[in-house]
Design a binder for this molecule. Structure first.
Ligand code: NAD
Length: 244
C-alpha cells in the first residue's frame, strides 16, 4: 500500500507511536488522517500539529458503540477507510499477582478493541473489495515481555487474532499487518519506568530503544511490501526468523 490519497484512522493516535504514524501518513500524502484517542485534548493537539488533513476524535476503543461511530462517521465524511490502525494499547506491568481488573483492562484494550475494529471496518472494506488493518501488537506478542504477564498474554492474543484475520480475508482483498516493536521512547515506556516496572527497566537498559519516527519508517516499508509481521527492531526480526 502507498499512502497517497488514503483515508486513515489511528486509535491511540495521541500517543507516542500513534502521533508519529499520523505525522508520517500525512507527509506521505494521505487524504485524511483521523487521530482517535481516549484523551480528546491530546488528540486535538496532535491533529493540529499534523495539519489540515487531520481530524481529532475523542473515543474509547473498549466501547464497541464508540468504535462503530468512529468508523461510520469517518466513512460518511470521507467516503471510505483505506487503512485502520488499531494502535491503542496499555501495559499493566507485573506478573500473576496483577488483579482481575488489570487483566481485564489489558484484554479489553489490547485484544477486544481489535475485534471491535475488525467488526466495524470489514463490512465496507469487503464491499469495496479492499482495505488494510494495521494492528499494533508488540514484540511481546512473538516473545516474552520480562516482568509483564498480562501484556505478554494479551499481545500474543493480538498477534493470533491479526493472523487469523489475515488468513481468513486475504482472498477478499483485505490485508492485515501486525506491528511488533520492542521498546519505543513513548509515554508508555516512561510511565512504566516511573512505576518501577521490571519490563520497562530491562527495555530501557537494553540500548535498543527506538524513536516513534523510526517505528513509523518500518511501518511505511512494511505496508509497501504488504508484510504481515512488521518488526522494527532488527534483533526481534532475527529471532523471529530463527524461530520460523
Ligand atoms: P502511549 O501510551 O504513548 O500511547 C497509547 C495511547 O493509547 C495513549 O494516547 C492513550 O490515551 C491511548 N489509549 C489507551 N487506552 C485507550 C482507550 N481505551 N481508547 C482509546 N485510546 C486509548 O504508548 P505507545 O508506546 O505509543 O503505544 C502504542 C502501541 O504500541 C500500544 O498498543 C503499545 O502496546 C504498543 N507498543 C509500545 C511499545 C513501547 O515500547 N512503547 C512497544 C511495543 C508495542
Amino acid at each position: 500500500m502507498n499512502l497517497t490519497d488514503r483515508v486513515v484512522v489511528i486509535t491511540g493516535g495521541a500517543g507516542g507511536i500513534g502521533a508519529a504514524l499520523a505525522r508520517r501518513f500525512a507527509a506521505e500524502g494521505a487524504a485524511a488522517v483521523v487521530v482517535a484517542d481516549l484523551d480528546a485534548g491530546a488528540a486535538r493537539a496532535v491533529a493540529a500539529g499534523v495539519g489540515p488533513v487531520a481530524r481529532a476524535v475523542g473515543m474509547d476503543v473498549t466501547d464497541e458503540e464508540q468504535v462503530r461511530t468512529l468508523v461510520a462517521d469517518t466513512e460518511q465524511r470521507y467516503g471510505r477507510i483505506d487503512l485502520f490502525c488499531a494502535n491503542a494499547g496499555v501495559s499493566t506491568g507485573g506478573g500473576v499477582e496483577v488483579d482481575d481488573a488489570g487483566w481485564d483492562r489489558a484484554w479489553r484494550v489490547n485484544v477486544l478493541s481489535h475485534v471491535y475494529a475488525a467488526r466495524a471496518v470489514l463490512p465496507a472494506m469487503l464491499a469495496r473489495g479492499g482495505g488494510h488493518l494495521l494492528m499494533t501488537c508488540s514484540a511481546a506478542g512473538v516473545l516474552t515481555a520480562v516482568g509483564d504477564a498480562a501484556y505478554t498474554a494479551t499481545k500474543h492474543a493480538a498477534v493470533g487474532f491479526a493472523e487469523w484475520l489475515a488468513i481468513t480475508y486475504r482472498d477478499q482483498g483485505i490485508r492485515v499487518s501486525a506491528l511488533c516493536p520492542q521498546g519505543v521512547d513513548t509515554p508508555m515506556l516512561a510511565d512504566g519506568l516511573a512505576a518501577g516496572h521490571l519490563g520497562a527497566r530491562v527495555i530501557a537498559a537494553s540500548g535498543a530503544v527506538l524513536t516513534p519516527d523510526e517505528v513509523a519508517d518500518s511501518v511505511i516499508a512494511g505496508l509497501a511490501e504488504e508484510r504481515f509481521l512488521i518488526l522494527p527492531h532488527p534483533e526481534v526480526a532475527a529471532y523471529a526468523r530463527r524461530r520460523a
